[in-house]
Design a protein around this ligand. Structure first.
Ligand code: ZN
Length: 617
């Protein structure tokens, strides 16, 4: 077979030095800008809203044309300009890749992981042109027997092989991560598409179980968006999974996702009901898969197109991350891989998580979305007091809207209808638009309220104002009542508390956060203080402290000794009652809870649980 011609932009990726964690990249630009081509590496990766300055890991850059070396001028932290060239230009550089997250690149003798935002300089002004990528294997004397997993279309490379791949443009290139190494591969078909899961890292994963469960989740999601055909908007999908001892994370892409999980969260042979860890993994996979529709195809208008060199603010992340966080676990119940009761427990945890943070009374989810770059993604000791998660509270807003719509329409309409309308309006044709740049549209900043009304026939502007722009707690107990589900709140501790989030290191019990208006805050204790004694008794752990506090009452005063830096201080602290933050959801036992209307609403919401039990038997 003859070698395909290089695309206008070609990247040769060589994992040349696994021990030094260095890729060598050669970029060839067929027709550089005659006035001096500019090239730049993105400063962030879509889906993870923080400036990361990937160019700081780029080393030894040089450029040449057929006549010899070309001068490179530094323009700013991310960008270079190549001197005027004659004919094609080659730019050669190395990239240090030692970030074991889903957001960057990683290389050692066991595997390589690539987000092209970390490796491929963007040819400015030519982003719309097709690119080709040649993936080389690592040096034989360091590693061998590696395969490749990616959803980049192949152009000469064999299935799971090194060689040539292509991308329609730069935006597509950076949306298809690559794993290379000796991963374990699972495969299944669902929603009219071939799905693969590549697991890197030592694990005893039961691939049969994993592919069976994922297949059900994928099918359920495609049916949500396309009830008639149940087809996914892609023909291939890939779960790139890195299993480690301790770690968690996921990043969505249009036809794949990169996941980081604890190896013991993966299912092992003989596992019956899913463990808590496995539910966590399935929830993560479900979350990222949902994003293939919601945020990769249905997008906020602010992301069309992405500006990869500066913060791109939107007040809508509560819709794109929050709704996704709502549906991720709900789809597990609808798919029958967890029970309705499991689902209520997971939902209870989300409610508790939101209620534990005083920041929820200060920041709305719309503001949290806008400030994601500087607040949610850059958390510090004061974050629990100052921010609310647009993931967790966004999920609760989705829940509240869903329950409200179902109750007011007797189950005729739901948030599913809203998702479907967003899908037909913004998502379905997103990557199929043929009119060139500028024809793709996203959800405008003020576009959601009218869309909600159109999909449901209900005017929920008042609720949106209170729940999205306001900071009062959501009326969840009232909203659950028509479904015959009881929401109760209890305290996390039997005794009084000091109003603190703790962190322990060795024998030090340290205040991670003094919660706003809590007992510690009022007594003058702060984040970073090491509490060493209460009422003259040495404290070295949270359990030791609790043993003392359970013998006290709220309102009682205790003497606290603490170190701030190396200075001992002593304060009187008035203990506070533990707040009622722990949510529990159960299907009620009343006649009303067992009535046909309540049962119908429940089953419309979390699926027919009898069918689920049969399916998982
Ligand atoms: Zn997400």
């Amino acid at each position: 077979m003859s070698r395909p011609a290089d695309a206008p932009i070609h990247y040769r990726i060589d994992p040349a030095d696994p021990h030094g964690h260095r890729f060598t990249v050669t970029l060839t630009i067929q027709s550089p800008d005659t006035s001096g081509q500019k090239i730049a590496l993105p400063s962030w990766i879509p889906g993870s809203y923080m400036i990361r300055d990937f160019a700081r890991h780029l080393l030894d850059i040089e450029a040449c044309d057929s006549r010899g070396p070309l001068r490179l001028t530094r323009l700013n932290k991310d960008a270079w300009q190549i001197a005027k060239a004659r004919g094609p230009v080659h730019v050669r550089y190395t990239v240090y890749a030692w970030d074991l997250s889903v957001r960057a690149a990683h290389l050692d003798a066991t595997h390589g992981f690539i987000n092209f935002t970390s490796l491929c300089l963007c040819v400015l002004g030519q982003q719309h042109l097709p690119c080709s990528v040649e993936l080389l294997p690592p040096p034989e004397n360091v590693a061998s027997g590696w395969k490749v997993a990616t959803t980049l279309p192949r152009e000469g490379a064999r299935a799971h092989g090194f060689g040539r791949y292509r991308a329609a443009d730069y935006d597509a290139l950076i949306d298809h991560p690559v794993e290379m190494g000796q991963f374990v591969l699972g495969r299944f078909e669902a929603a009219g598409a071939v799905h693969e899961i590549a697991v890197t890292g030592r694990s005893d994963v039961d691939m049969k179980r994993l592919t069976r469960d994922l297949s059900r989740v994928c099918t359920a999601q495609a049916r949500l968006f396309e009830p008639d055909q149940g087809k996914a908007p892609f023909t291939r999908y890939l779960f790139l999974t890195m299993a480690v001892g301790d770690g968690y994370g996921g990043l969505e892409h249009r036809d794949s996702t990169a996941l980081l999980c604890q190896r013991h969260d993966l299912p092992h042979g003989g596992l019956n009901a899913p463990s808590d860890g496995y539910k966590t993994f399935l929830g993560l996979a479900s979350h990222e898969y949902f994003h293939a529709w919601h945020v990769k195809r249905i997008k906020p208008a602010a992301f069309v197109p992405y500006d990869l060199w500066k913060e791109t603010h939107t007040r809508l992340l509560w819709i794109f991350e929050g709704f996704t966080s709502y549906y991720d676990d709900l789809m597990l119940a609808r798919a029958g891989v967890i029970t309705g009761q499991d689902y209520l427990a997971l939902l209870g945890r989300t409610i508790s998580m939101v209620l534990r943070g005083p920041g929820r009374l200060r920041q709305s989810v719309a503001d949290s979305s806008f400030d994601a770059w500087t607040k949610y993604y850059r958390q510090d000791e004061n974050s629990p007091n100052s921010i609310v998660s647009y993931y967790a509270k966004g999920a609760l807003v989705a829940l509240a809207l869903d329950l409200e719509i179902r109750a007011r329409t007797q189950g005729e309409r739901s948030l599913d209808d809203v998702m479907r309308l967003m899908w037909t309006r913004f998502g379905r044709s997103f990557y199929r638009s043929t009119g060139g740049p500028g024809t793709q549209i996203g959800l405008a900043e003020d576009g959601f309220p009218p869309l909600l009304q159109e999909a449901t026939g209900l005017d929920l502007r008042r609720e949106l104002r209170a729940w999205v722009d306001g900071t009062t707690d959501l009326p969840l107990a009232r909203l659950f009542a028509p479904l015959g589900i009881d929401l109760s709140l209890t305290t996390a501790e039997p005794g009084p508390v000091m109003g603190v989030r703790w962190s322990t290191a060795g024998q030090d019990l340290r205040i991670a956060t003094a919660l706003s208006d809590g007992a510690a805050h009022r007594a003058g204790l702060s984040a970073g203080d090491v509490v060493v004694a209460v009422d003259g008794l040495r404290i070295t752990s949270e359990a030791g402290l609790k043993a003392i506090l359970t013998r006290r009452r709220a309102g009682q005063r205790v003497q606290v000794h603490a170190f701030r830096r190396d200075e001992l201080m002593s304060v009187e602290l008035t203990l506070q009652a533990a707040p009622q933050t722990e949510a529990k959801l159960v299907v009620g036992t009343s006649v009303k809870a067992k009535s046909a209307p309540a049962t119908r609403l429940r089953e419309g919401w979390w699926g027919d649980q009898r069918a689920n039990r049969d399916a998982s038997a």
